[in-house]
Unconditional design. Structure first.
Length: 342
């Protein structure tokens, strides 16, 4: 039997989502085929072996369960005890190549994309630039670094010129978001040019780079799941996010059980086929592996690539498993394919 280590938590702003996802993954692993162990990473970056209940993980109370956790002093040595690592980690320190680098140093097999692909996919601006080179449309955008922003703030004329040029290119309203963040953290819809500075400052609380995007009013948010099984890429039927707010908020994603996705998405058949084609191409362009959820904006006449998640959510409301399950692949089978294809 293979020894599988599921890792959850981390220093990411998506710590709680990781715990919910990991609890579902652990619950659905075939215990007759795999010996499952658990490691939690707290928000300070400490690693612990954990032997408590799934409920404590799901509710993020595991860190208080002192009798069932043991601090790990030698992380590399601990990782080498297992046949496969399944890092159910979202956002920074989970999807950005950092923890993948630790796995590579340890010489262990792991679920998910490798170091470079994880880093590229996490960087919204860089991934858009690469996808653009292959003639896949993206929403118009402007990128600004913390350093450039702070320099501009020292000269009101330069800052005003930046704002005017940005609005001239993208129009109003527009979206401001951290370049490397997930779960809608740090995102602001800006309808007044005077509010742009506040929105950029807010996004910089989450990252050192900010992405400013054109707002597309009459659009559908459509997502496609990819699961790698050997040399075969399983590309799901696209699904549509039904949002109550302009921004698909954290609360809608993970706490609103009534917010069910629409599968299949309410789009034309030719749009569905184009999204599946784009998804497969993007998977290859960014050198992804194992799994990914690829997100698009769809209008009457256009399909725009939005972003990639290299470790998408596995919670009860998450789109990734729902898409594959709609196509007939059970939750247990998804997990098995991921573990067997490292």
């Amino acid at each position: 039997m293979k020894r599988v280590l599921v890792i959850f938590g981390s220093m990411s702003s998506e710590h709680e989502v990781s715990c919910m996802s990991a609890a579902n993954v652990i619950e659905n692993i075939n215990k007759e085929k795999y010996i499952v162990s658990m490691v939690g990473i707290d928000k300070q970056g400490n690693w612990y072996k954990y032997n408590g209940s799934l409920e404590n993980i799901k509710n993020n109370n595991w860190i208080l369960d002192v009798k069932n956790k043991e601090k790990i002093s030698y992380i590399i040595d601990e990782l080498r005890k297992y046949d496969v690592i399944f890092p159910v980690l979202h956002g920074k320190y989970g999807e950005d190549g950092t923890i993948q680098g630790i796995f590579e140093i340890a010489g262990v097999k792991y679920v998910g994309c490798k170091v470079l692909a994880s880093s590229i996919a996490m960087n919204k601006t860089f991934s858009k630039k690469l996808v653009e080179t292959e003639n896949i449309p993206v929403v118009d955008y402007v990128n600004i670094s913390r350093e450039k922003y702070l320099d501009m703030c020292n000269d009101i004329n330069i800052y005003k010129e930046f704002c005017n040029n940005t609005v001239e290119k993208l129009g109003l309203p527009l979206f401001v978001k951290p370049n490397q963040e997930g779960s809608s953290y740090g995102v602001t819809k800006v309808e007044d040019i005077e509010k742009l500075k506040e929105a950029i400052s807010y996004a910089l609380e989450f990252d050192n780079d900010v992405l400013i995007e054109k707002y597309i009013k009459t659009k559908k948010e459509v997502e496609c799941a990819i699961l790698q099984d050997g040399l075969k890429l399983i590309v799901s039927t696209p699904g549509q996010i039904k949002t109550k707010d302009t921004i698909y908020s954290y609360d809608e994603k993970y706490n609103d059980s009534s917010n069910l996705p629409i599968i299949p998405a309410h789009i034309l058949k030719e749009q569905e086929e184009k999204i599946k084609e784009y998804s497969k191409r993007i998977f290859k362009i960014l050198n992804l592996s194992s799994l990914a959820r690829i997100d698009f904006f769809v209008t009457d006449n256009n399909i725009f690539f939005n972003e990639v998640n290299t470790m998408p959510g596995f919670t009860n409301t998450s789109m990734y498993p729902k898409l594959l399950m709609y196509d007939g692949i059970s939750y247990n089978k998804i997990i098995e394919i991921l573990i067997e294809n490292v």
